[in-house]
Design a protein around this ligand. Structure first.
Ligand code: NDP
Length: 244
C-alpha cells in the first residue's frame, strides 16, 4: 500500500450517493479515508473496497452525526494519534412536507443532521487542524438553501444555516490556514432524489439533466487540492444552471 500523500479525509454520510463518490475521488487523490455513515454497513463496506482498490486505507467510522456520545466514542480514540487534513460534512437528509403540516420532529430532525452534525464533527477535528495550521473543511449544502424550495422549509433552513456557518468559520480560521467552503449541488442522481417527479423537474434545469455524484465529488476534490489554496468562505454551485 502506498503511503497517503495527502493524509486523512473524514467524510460523513459516505456510504452512498455523493458521500461515496467523494470518498472514491479523494482516495484517487491520495487521501486515506475515514468513512462515516449511520446504518448501511454493507454499502459502506463496498465504498471501503473501492478506496482500498485505489491503494488507500479506509477506516469505517459509523455513528449518527447528531449523537455526540456516539461520535466521541468513535472518533476520540482515533484523534489521539491522527489528525484529519480534510473534513467533508456531507451527511444530510430530507423530510419534505408543506410547512402547514410539518411536525416539530420533521423540523428538528432535518436541522439536526445538517447543523448539529456540522457542529459536533467539525469541533471534534478543528483543534487538531488549527494546531497543525493545515486543514480543509467542505460542507455539502444545497441549492434549496440558496433559493428556498417549497415543501422544504426545514431543509432550506438547515442548508442556509450551514452556508452561514461555513462563512463565519472560514473567517475565524483563515489565518491558521484552515480553509472552509461549501459545495452546493442542485438535483443529483442519488437515493435522495430517486422518487422525485423527473418530468416536472427536468424542464427547470437549463442543462436538462440531473447531475452525477462524481460531478459534485470533482469540485470537492479540487477544493481539497493545493490548487485551491486561496479559496475560502465560498459557496460553489454544481447545479446544471438551475441557480445562477
Ligand atoms: P443519500 O440519501 O444518497 O445518502 C445519505 C448519506 O448520509 C448516507 O451515507 C447515510 O448513511 C448518511 N446519513 C444520513 N443521516 C446520517 C446521520 N444522522 N449520521 C450519519 N450519516 C448519515 O444522500 P445524497 O448522497 O443525495 O446527499 C448527500 C448530501 O448532499 C446531503 O447533505 C444532501 O443534503 C446533499 N444534497 C443532495 C442533493 C441531491 O440531489 N442528491 C442535492 C443537494 C444537496 P446511511 O445510509 O448509513 O444511513
Amino acid at each position: 500500500m502506498k503511503k497517503a500523500a495527502h493524509g486523512i479525509a473524514l467524510i460523513t454520510g459516505g456510504s452512498r450517493g455523493i458521500g461515496a463518490a467523494i470518498a472514491r475521488a479523494l482516495a484517487q487523490d491520495g487521501f486515506d479515508i475515514w468513512l462515516n455513515y449511520r446504518t448501511d454497513t454493507e454499502a459502506a463496506a463496498r465504498v471501503a473496497e473501492a478506496v482500498r482498490a485505489a491503494g488507500r486505507r479506509c477506516r469505517l467510522t459509523p455513528f449518527d452525526v447528531t449523537d455526540a456520545q456516539a461520535m466521541e466514542a468513535c472518533l476520540t480514540p482515533l484523534l489521539e494519534d491522527h489528525a484529519p487534513h480534510v473534513l467533508v460534512n456531507n451527511a444530510g437528509f430530507t423530510k419534505d412536507v408543506l410547512m402547514a403540516w410539518m411536525t416539530p420532529s420533521e423540523w428538528k430532525s432535518v436541522l439536526s443532521v445538517s447543523l448539529d452534525g456540522f457542529f459536533l464533527v467539525t469541533k471534534a477535528v478543528l483543534t487538531a487542524m488549527l494546531r497543525k495550521r493545515r486543514g480543509r473543511i467542505i460542507n455539502i449544502v444545497s441549492t434549496s438553501g440558496e433559493t428556498g424550495m417549497p415543501g422544504q422549509v426545514n431543509y432550506s433552513a438547515a442548508k442556509a444555516g450551514l452556508i452561514g456557518a461555513t462563512k463565519a468559520l472560514a473567517a475565524e480560521v483563515a489565518k491558521r490556514n484552515v480553509l472552509v467552503n461549501a459545495v452546493s449541488p442542485g438535483f443529483i442522481q442519488t437515493d435522495m432524489t430517486a422518487k422525485l417527479p423527473e418530468e416536472r423537474i427536468l424542464p427547470t434545469i437549463p442543462m436538462g439533466r440531473f447531475g452525477l455524484p462524481e460531478e459534485v465529488a470533482a469540485v470537492v476534490s479540487f477544493l481539497c487540492s493545493k490548487r485551491a489554496a486561496y479559496i475560502t468562505g465560498q459557496v460553489i454551485g454544481v447545479n446544471g444552471g438551475v441557480h445562477m
